[in-house]
Design a protein around this ligand. Structure first.
Ligand code: ADP
Ligand code: MG
Length: 300
């Protein structure tokens, strides 16, 4: 019974659908809505009237130079920090006015994978993955262990990894274990901060596939911060470029590659941008059956 209550909490949309009939874009399709967001630290303005919308079941990426306010925006979306003004709605809930109960309920509907994993060194991998279930449900230990094992399998880790400690894992395994923990409560929305940072190209490539599989299998909405141009070209449906406190451009990578804004050009015309586009073009040649869109040849 508790399991049913747990899974229903995330996926029962019927009641919300009743209220959105007649809208052209269903409220239910807008998983995150940010409007006129402003954030400053003292004199330093980080967000200056930023607007952004994330749609259900898309893989959405935030990019921007160092210090452009990506992490701050992520922290504001997951209730770890408050903006100075503007509004953020996540899964239909206004974060500014949400009370403690609403905030607690929301935290169970999203999963977060932090950049450095955030696993507890004193707990085994299995205990780390089961932690959200121990905190938020009254499931029995044996069942929590089973769920943890299934999440580890889902992220591609071997069963025996569950008994290991975080310090025994490679970087790629650590990311997967951290992802398994983010998935423990069957979230509708997943936040990933630099999911491939620090990984070798093979491990990073595995993460690309994993992210896409989670969206395709479960209809998860995925919001990621990343500098990884491979990941952006391979899996992001839409990408928002942050600069000067606002979203300067938004669209697929191919669309962004054709935009003229200086912040966007800087993003594409750097050496890493060109290398990623050239690699993408080679892969598109090799696998024309798996790609629907090719990046344009080297933009000016
Ligand atoms: P990004 O993730 O895009 O690199 P951040 O969101 O981490 O950027 O930071 C944006 C800017 O806000 C940076 O200039 C950073 O120094 C500043 N900043 C972030 N958090 C704080 C804080 N708690 N106090 C003061 N300044 C901060
Ligand atoms: Mg950051």
């Amino acid at each position: 019974m508790q399991i049913a209550a747990h899974t229903d909490a995330g996926h029962n949309k019927a009641s919300r659908e009743d209220t959105v009939l007649g809208n052209t874009l269903h409220d239910d399709d807008r998983v995150i809505e940010i409007s006129r967001l402003s954030t400053r630290f003292g004199e330093h303005v980080v967000h200056a009237g930023l607007d952004l919308e994330v749609r259900r079941a898309e893989i959405f990426a935030l990019v921007g130079g160092s210090g452009s306010g990506k992490s701050t925006l992520l922290r504001e979306m997951i209730l770890l920090q408050r903006p100075d003004s503007g509004s953020i709605r996540v899964l239909g809930v206004d974060l500014q006015t949400a009370g403690d109960d609403a905030a607690l309920a929301l935290r169970q509907r999203w999963g977060v994978m932090f950049q450095h994993g955030g696993l507890f060194g004193a707990l085994t991998v299995s205990e780390n993955v089961g932690l959200p279930l121990r905190e938020h449900t009254e499931l029995e230990d044996a069942l929590i262990d089973d769920i943890a094992a299934s999440k580890l399998a889902l992220t591609g880790l071997a069963p025996e990894v569950g008994a290991q400690y975080p310090s025994e894992l490679s970087g790629g395994m650590m990311k997967r274990a951290s992802l398994a923990r983010a998935l423990a409560l069957d979230p509708e929305l997943l936040f990933l901060d630099e999911p491939t940072a620090g990984l070798d190209p093979d491990s990073a490539g595995g993460v690309d596939e994993l992210v896409r599989r989670l969206r395709d299998l479960f209809g998860l909405t995925i919001v990621m911060i990343t500098h990884d141009l491979d990941l952006l070209w391979q899996v992001a449906d839409r990408v928002a470029v942050l600069a000067e406190g606002k979203v300067q451009g938004i669209g697929s990578m191919s669309e962004l590659a054709r935009m003229d804004h200086p912040a966007i050009r800087q993003f594409f015309d750097g050496p890493r941008g060109r290398a990623a586009q050239e690699q993408e073009a080679r892969q598109a040649d090799a696998h024309t059956d798996t790609k629907t869109e090719r990046p344009p040849s080297k933009p000016k």
